[in-house]
Design a protein around this ligand. Structure first.
Ligand code: UD2
Ligand code: MN
Length: 581
């Protein structure tokens, strides 16, 4: 009944709002200024000659290189060329349908379209005129994958090779996370051997994407690490704007705008520029449009950099030394999920920044389900990852996480050892989660309790009151400290350290020392009780089989618990303030 972790949403990253590109013939040079097909035409930004050095000193800056080796495609009419939608021929429908599950997208079409297709330059106007430094740091591109579709993986690699200034790519490391498919072993190594910059490591056991990325990071030789998923297409000019931000400040973590490659027709779609990466409780990643009035008020331009509370996870550049200073990812995170929250909180709270760079754009195939298997239960794996992050980074706001993912408490999840992660946070002297919420994500509603204030009984219009450490009711008095209660995310009715609870088997009410894990102290209120919405205003003891409610015993002028009765007003209660639904 309560599954607030929203499992369906957890099956893969949700795409941001996307729109088709208007194709009035390829506008390959429109926004882009002039694209350079051949990298040999580049000015010698990193050349060895003294001339080059002089050029560097004198100018220091250059216009973003618009390198694109796919500029004049061999076959302009090929399906999917220029990012156009492709169609499955009628006689191939069955085959296409059957192959969908190989990657949970239209694998048939991916195989049909060129592995080095041209795509539209989707950068906002102005991007091609931006200046970047001549002495940008080099990067190692790290792509981990498990059982990725051949054509998609190749297209990812080719898009990097074809649309990046060669001198900035130190290497591309492909980390094979113990794939089962044969072609990802022999054939892949053979194919990639024609590109000296591509290195492949095959992990001997399944590590999950988090530790697979770390395996790549360990051997990386570039100054900056750039992580990518294995089903992407980097667009023209994507790399330099990312590296420029890291060069400006090594604690900046730069993310490209993630555009959408349709899982159905493989078309390359652009997205709205004014979107932030955010999360909702219990730590679901999402995109949030910047409201139009905010855009107007602050005169935000399409090319402006957007600071994000959290990143999507898959695509970003980070200074290598900084990544290791931050303690990389928590290596205790398994398979998939939660690591984007972890790195985002860590970066912000420990002095860094997460930015989306609108002039850097990379397409990604968003899928509705993970196409690979999880070594253990998928839901449990993701929940455990998130709980690890919550335990280390959320401080008192953990209650909101657990309150929204309430079954996690009941499950008594084993999150494993967190000593190292907690020590790391101390050592780095990171700020509090409260600071993060107030400064980085002020629009998130994060009330520490669900309700507070006086607790009025509807029938007698009197309030709960603490008297000599016992619970009774009396005339309401907003100024009385003894009438103030909190209703917490973990369903305790709290007065200081004391929690309302029955104290004997006879229904007498009193107090217990509070304990988040003690289910005997928990009351349901304003939430569904075994599908009985009519008990919403009641305080229902949660741990009992039969719904049992707090009520005013009229005859004796005391409080007691009794069998719930939805029509009995002596069982209806109201807090002074409610902060969440
Ligand atoms: C998003 C991120 C993804 C990751 C994930 C949360 C983007 C575009 N994607 O989900 O990078 O942050 O959220 O964890 O931001 N992989 C392995 N081993 C595994 C599982 C996956 O190597 O055990 C690879 C996989 O082949 C892919 C990458 O990791 O290249 C990300 O996985 P995904 O594409 O299934 O994740 P996605 O895009 O739904
Ligand atoms: Mn992905």
């Amino acid at each position: 009944r309560e599954d607030p972790l929203n499992v369906t949403e957890r099956r893969g990253l949700k795409a941001p709002t996307a729109k088709a590109i208007r194709l009035d013939g390829p506008r390959l040079t429109a926004a882009a200024g002039v694209r350079i097909a051949n990298p040999d035409q580049l000015p010698a930004a990193r050349g060895r000659s003294s001339e080059a050095a002089h050029f560097r000193k004198a100018a220091g800056l250059h216009r973003v290189f618009a390198i694109d080796a796919t500029l004049s495609p061999r076959d302009p009419k090929a399906p999917g060329q220029f990012g156009r939608p492709a169609a499955v021929p009628v006689e191939k429908q069955e085959e296409a349908k059957n192959r969908w599950k190989e990657g949970n997208f239209n694998v048939y079409l991916s195989d049909l379209i060129p592995i080095d297709r041209a795509i539209e330059d989707t950068r906002p106007a102005g991007c091609s005129d931006q200046l970047v430094h001549n002495d940008l740091p080099t990067t190692t591109v790290i792509v981990c994958f498990v059982d990725e579709v051949w054509s998609t993986l190749l297209r990812s690699v080719h898009s990097v090779l074809n649309r990046s200034p060669p001198h900035l790519i130190r290497e591309i490391i492909l980390v094979d996370d113990c794939s089962t498919k044969e072609y990802l072993k022999g054939s892949l190594d053979k194919y990639m051997s024609q590109f000296p910059k591509v290195r492949i490591i095959h992990l001997k056991e399944r590590n999950g994407l988090i530790r697979a990325r770390l395996a790549g990071a360990e051997i990386a030789r570039g100054d900056v690490l750039t992580f990518l998923d294995s089903h992407v297409e980097c667009n023209v000019g994507w790399l330099e704007p990312l590296l420029e931000r890291v060069r400006l400040n090594r604690k900046k973590v730069a993310c490209p705008v993630i555009e959408v490659i349709s899982d159905k027709d493989m078309s390359y779609m652009t997205v709205d520029s004014f979107q932030r990466g955010i999360f909702t409780w219990p730590m679901n990643f999402g995109w949030k449009p910047i409201p139009p009035d905010v855009i107007e008020k602050h005169k935000i331009k399409e090319t402006d950099i957007i600071r994000c509370p959290v990143m999507a996870g898959g695509l970003f550049s980070i200074d290598k030394k900084y990544f290791f200073e931050l303690g990389t990812y928590d290596p205790g995170l398994d398979v998939w999920g939660g690591e984007n929250m972890e790195i985002s909180f860590k970066v912000w709270m420990c002095g860094g920044e997460i930015e989306i760079i609108p002039c850097s754009r990379v397409g990604h195939i968003f899928r509705n389900d993970n196409p690979y298997s999880f070594p253990k239960d998928r839901i449990k794996t993701v929940e455990r990852n998130l709980a690890r992050v919550a335990e280390v980074w959320l401080d008192e706001y953990q209650d909101l996480f657990y309150g929204h993912g309430y079954h996690l408490i009941l499950k008594n999840l084993d999150v494993g050892d967190l000593t190292h992660q907690r020590e790391l946070r101390k050592r780095l002297q990171c700020k509090s989660f409260k600071w993060y919420l107030e400064n980085i994500y002020p629009d998130l509603e994060a009330p520490l309790v669900k309700a507070s204030g006086l607790v009025v009984n509807i029938a007698v219009a009197k309030c709960l009151v603490v008297e000599n450490a016992t619970l009774t009711f009396d005339t309401c008095d907003v100024n009385s400290k003894n009438q103030k209660f909190n209703y917490t995310w973990l369903r305790l009715i709290k007065h200081g350290d004391l929690c309302v609870a029955p104290v004997d088997g006879k229904g007498t009410l009193g107090f217990h020392r509070c304990n988040d894990r003690n289910n005997h102290l928990k009351w349901l209120h304003k939430s569904l009780v075994a599908f009985q919405p009519e008990l919403m205003d009641h305080f229902v003891l949660e741990h009992l089989q039969q719904p049992t409610c707090l009520e005013v015993d009229q005859s004796r002028q005391t409080l007691r618990v009794n069998a719930c009765d939805s029509s009995n007003p002596y069982q209806k209660w109201q807090f002074g303030n409610y902060y969440a639904d």
